[in-house]
Design a protein around this ligand. Structure first.
Ligand SMILES: Cc1cc2nc3c(=O)[nH]c(=O)nc-3n(C[C@H](O)[C@H](O)[C@H](O)COP(=O)(O)O)c2cc1C
Length: 171
């Protein structure tokens, strides 16, 4: 897919087909995250990738809006350091967002759907994924081929109008 088509095709997928993602494709998606830019190139992220069905089912219980994790072919957990420093925290979240969207676009490029799932029960996530006490799981990216219609450029995205969002020169 062309980059522009991948950008226009990405949407949050919440129902996945049973089809597996081949390891090379999954690694490409993870590599896209690894290559993402970060504040001072600090790369304060780790990606825990889960493909075992039973573990995915358990992981889907970390938040009531994370049910789609259970049917995903793989889910990437974005794990970052816990910090009391408000400034550092802001940058970590920004950087995680960049890594997330890089992975989602790399997935869309392969025709693979992705979604977001927040984490409410941090302790459950920690028990399932085994990351250390000084880290937290910011969110989950379930991945898989869409169960229904495949990814294709969306003509009318559910977004605020262009001229409402874009301010030229000044607000
Ligand atoms: C930080 C963040 C957290 C999100 N958490 C969830 C979630 O827990 N469960 C869910 O189903 N969607 C979640 N979403 C997905 C948003 O609802 C979705 O991106 C938005 O509705 C736009 O969807 P679209 O790109 O398919 O139009 C989250 C998105 C972001 C950016």
């Amino acid at each position: 897919m062309e980059t522009w088509d991948a950008i226009r095709s990405r949407r949050d997928v919440r129902e996945f087909a049973e089809r597996a993602i081949v390891p090379a494709d999954l690694d490409r998606i993870l590599e896209a995250g690894r290559r993402a830019p970060s504040s001072r190139n600090i790369q304060a992220w780790d990606f825990v990738v889960v493909t075992e069905r039973a573990r995915l089912a358990e992981l889907s219980r970390v938040w009531r809006g994370a049910g789609q994790v259970a049917s995903s072919a793989a889910t990437v957990a974005l794990v970052a350091p816990v910090t009391e420093d408000e400034n550092a925290r802001r940058f970590v979240w920004f950087d995680l967002g960049q890594a997330a969207v890089s992975m989602m676009l790399a997935a869309a490029d392969l025709g693979i759907g992705s979604g977001h799932a927040a984490v409410a029960d941090e302790e459950l996530a920690r028990r399932i994924l085994g990351y250390p006490e000084d880290r937290f799981c910011a969110f989950l990216i379930p991945l898989g081929y869409p169960a229904g219609r495949g990814l294709a450029p969306i003509r009318r995205p559910d977004r605020r109008p262009f001229d409402d969002v874009v301010h030229r020169e000044r607000w």
